[in-house]
Design a protein around this ligand. Sequence first.
Ligand SMILES: O=C[C@H](O)[C@@H](O)CC(=O)C(=O)O
Ligand SMILES: [Zn+2]
Length: 276
Amino acid sequence: MEQRHATAPQQVPGMSTAELRRHYLVEDLFAPDEVRAVHSHHDRVVLVGAVPRTGPLPLPAFPELRADRFFDRREAGIVNVGGAGAVTVDGEEHRLAPTACLYVGRGAEKVSFASADADSPAAFYLFSAPAHASHPTVLVEPGGGTVRELGDPLTSNRRTLTQYVHEGGVRSCQVVMGVTALHPGSTWNTMPAHTHERRTEVYLYFGVPEDARVVHLLGEPDETRHLVVADRQVVISPPWSVHSGVGTASYSFVWAMAGENQSFDDMDPHPVTGLR
Ligand SMILES: O=C[C@H](O)[C@@H](O)CC(=O)C(=O)O
Ligand SMILES: [Zn+2]
């Protein structure tokens, strides 16, 4: 498990492109037949990528967590960004179509990942945070959460946001999670940008065409930097950072948050004209 230590906004102006990418971008979470993990010390979130191809892949406990099982002190949301697959939790198989979401509560003992078709493997993205109570494990079918239609084609940001794990849907201790899909021809997400000092947020971009990239903005609103992001890459946004991007093509992303509260609308907007 890779460790990413917390950073302060004062560090951002002095960082090179390589340093920005080393702190905030995860380039290679998804690899065939592997389970890879990154632990961000911002709100102690753990990001896992699992791509089962030749056989099922068990979720390890990861020695860095110093727990017998991954879910002893944690909960997680899992979204499938690949082909059809299944997640088995303590003997019960949950089939995840592409973009379906499975919430797994604290106390689950054995979790494993499998693909329906080795030629089109599933790609499971797991976002985990510490949990102090156990909520039931729940599957949400694609588009089955709370749907919000956002943006306008005239500002190139028409998109459908689906909330899966949130206050009005699947219950959790900390994790808030969903998927946003840009409509064809729209390229901007989350603009006007915002911050939420009470939560860390992580974006996993997917469905980005191979020859396209997303230019993702980070940093304090008056001191932004950018990352050039490819398909299936992840950006970690500390609570003080904006998180917004524009693609050279349309794309989707899984957004997930954890921290002090779960109020989706508790955010501070930053008008476009104030960004620097
Ligand atoms: O705090 C909320 C998050 O930044 C995202 O949910 C925003 C998003 O998916 C979008 O605007 O499309
Ligand atoms: Zn946000």
